[in-house]
Design a protein around this ligand. Structure first.
Ligand code: 1GP
Length: 242
């Protein structure tokens, strides 16, 4: 089954674990993978706003050696490309007005993605204000959509869908103080037909359940599992039972 078919199977809520390949040791990655298999995790997203080592290939290969969960690159920049992934979220940062993030970087990445034969998932990426400036907003030099401006989020997602993007990813940014509000998730979900991914600041199973119940098809958690993956099963259950 293609990665996109899995992403767009909205019969069941999906849970994705985000791994920043710079941070965990090999042993920690293997532990997260084992717990993810037990918990029925649906996807791994791998990437970070700024990688300071060449850990991406190693991280993906290690995950793939230890499980069959699809690994998608969630790239922080155009250097984050690997032939080992199962899918690549080709992000167009549609909440911003930085031409580099809308199309410029893609021009640089495109020939490599073609060469590697990665499955490409054209993704409308929307940053939503989560209460503090995040790495991605700083690095992308874009302003997020205000936390309470549901109408701007709805119209942005709709425009992305009309342009032919295949999924919308609403992100409050890693470690956000406030995740995307259930109200905004619900309104955007009612506006579009393509799958909706939501992440950023989801640091309790309750917040994960709230995002899924509001309409997120795929809920992403990174930070909350970085220090300890002990609650991974609880997060996964919270999403899967929503
Ligand atoms: C950030 O959506 C991801 O890009 C996940 O955020 O690390 O806060 O879970 P957290």
């Amino acid at each position: 089954m293609s990665v996109y078919n899995r992403l767009s199977d909205t019969s069941k809520k999906k849970f994705a674990v985000l791994i920043d390949p710079d941070k965990p040791t090999d042993e920690q990655i293997i532990e997260i993978v084992k717990k993810s298999v037990d918990a029925g995790v649906d996807f791994f997203f791998v990437g970070g706003s700024l990688l300071t080592t060449d850990s991406l290939d190693n991280c993906i290969k290690l995950i793939k050696k230890n499980c069959e969960i699809p690994v998608l690159i969630f790239p922080g920049n155009s250097l984050q490309i690997s032939k080992w992934c199962d899918g690549f979220l080709l992000l167009s940062l549609i909440s911003g007005r930085n031409a580099e993030m809308l199309i410029g970087r893609h021009v640089i990445s495109a020939p490599y993605l073609k060469l590697y034969g990665n499955e490409i998932i054209p993704t409308g990426y929307m940053l939503i204000d989560g209460g503090k400036q995040t790495s991605v907003s700083y690095m992308s030099n874009t302003t997020p959509i205000p936390h309470d401006k549901d109408d701007i989020a709805m119209c942005t997602a709709l425009a992305g869908e009309m342009l032919g993007l295949k999924v919308i990813y609403m992100d409050a940014g890693s470690g956000a103080m406030e995740p995307v509000s259930p109200d905004m998730i619900s309104k955007v979900k009612q506006t579009i037909e393509i799958p909706l991914i939501v992440g950023g600041g989801i640091n309790t199973p309750e917040k994960a359940a709230a995002a899924a119940k509001a309409g997120a098809d795929i809920v992403v958690v990174g930070n909350a599992l970085e220090k300890s993956a002990d609650r991974l099963q609880e997060f996964a259950d919270a999403v899967h039972n929503s």
